[in-house]
Design a protein around this ligand. Structure first.
Ligand SMILES: Nc1nc2c(ncn2[C@@H]2O[C@H](COP(=O)(O)OP(=O)(O)O)[C@@H](O)[C@H]2O)c(=O)[nH]1
Ligand SMILES: [Mg+2]
Ligand SMILES: [Zn+2]
Length: 306
């Protein structure tokens, strides 16, 4: 029996990087398929035990308990939630937006941040394409996220700006790289990992509003530079549209709101219209930004228009 890491999972076929340095194509043992619920089936980032078979393939015998999971939840019957784990054991979510082409959408940035908070995986905000606007304008666009406690790096994939800063943060970690289409995720990963050769999109298609979904399934790519690590290039935005956060947990997912939630008169306060709301008081006093509060309100009420 060998231990390994699931790099790719596609219709019942798994690619495993074994601890002894091999790549093995494996399937789940039949008995595991029977005893496991759909949500427990191996996903990328899972640590597994595989038995090497005489034909060179493998059979996955066990999935090790997950330290963390990055999942989406969908409403189930009678107020229950169904969990759909997308990546196991992620240490970091790198949320990539561009300074321009396309310009950043603060409502969407907040939705990505909320999902990372809900999953309790640390977030890194990557502001790419700084070459298009310059450092000062980029800081005006993204600096607020630094002030509320997020780590922000400013990069230009093609001009080679900020890549060392990004590399340091990814080293030795299992990171999820996500963000809207066309912001330069694949270009960044190709630059960080020569030889990766992920397909990159054409800006003109992004500008036409259609975007180009060149990444169709999530996969872990090894980083072979100093420090190692893995990055998952995820399908991103379309997947994110399906994420649902239980309404009572939403305010907590805006990290700078937490300090103010205890001050509400009602402990089931939705922070929309109740009297003596600590969060709305904090917005009025300027301790919480109106933009972030607006994101909260839109997510809670389902008004997702930008
Ligand atoms: N000006 C500029 N263009 C970039 C940068 N990074 C990527 N691009 C371009 O943006 C487009 C989309 O890049 P791609 O990596 O496919 O984006 P993805 O959809 O997020 O994976 C391509 O035409 C890239 O050449 C950058 O730092 N600066
Ligand atoms: Mg891409
Ligand atoms: Zn309140």
């Amino acid at each position: 029996m060998t231990r390994g890491l699931v790099l790719r999972a596609l219709s019942g076929f798994y690619t495993i990087a074994t601890d002894d340095g091999d790549l093995v194509e494996a399937r789940l043992r039949g008995r595991m398929k029977r005893v496991r619920q759909a949500s427990d089936i191996a996903v990328i980032g899972d640590r597994v035990s595989v038995e090497r078979l005489p034909d060179g393939t493998g059979a996955i015998d066990a999935i090790e308990p997950r330290e963390r999971r990055f999942s989406r939840r969908q409403p189930g019957p009678r107020g229950s939630w169904r969990e759909d784990v997308m990546v196991a054991n992620a240490d970091l979510v790198a949320i990539v937006f561009s300074c321009d082409r396309p310009p950043p959408n603060p409502r969407l940035i907040d939705r990505f941040l909320v999902v990372t908070e809900y999953n309790e995986v640390p977030a890194l905000l990557v502001a790419n394409k700084v070459d298009l606007v310059g450092g000062e304008a980029a800081r005006e666009l993204f600096g607020h996220y630094g002030r509320i406690g997020y780590d922000v790096v400013y990069t230009a994939a093609k001009a080679g700006i900020g890549l060392d800063e990004l590399r340091v943060r990814l080293a030795g970690r299992l990171s999820i790289v996500t963000g809207p289409s066309g912001v330069g995720k694949s270009t960044l990963l190709n630059t960080l990992q020569p030889g990766l050769q992920l397909a990159t999109g054409d800006v003109s298609e992004v500008e036409s509003g259609k975007g180009k979904h060149t990444t169709t399934h999530a996969e872990l790519h090894p980083l072979t530079g100093t420090g190692g690590g893995y990055v998952a290039d995820t399908p991103g935005i379309r997947e994110l549209g399906l994420w649902q956060i239980p309404p009572t947990e939403l305010a907590w997912c805006f990290r700078e709101f937490r300090d103010h939630l205890g001050a509400c008169a009602f402990n089931d306060c939705t922070h929309l219209h109740e009297p003596r709301c600590g969060l709305r008081a904090a917005v009025e006093a300027g301790h919480v930004s109106e933009e972030r509060y607006d994101s909260y309100r839109r997510m809670l009420t389902g008004d997702l228009a930008a």
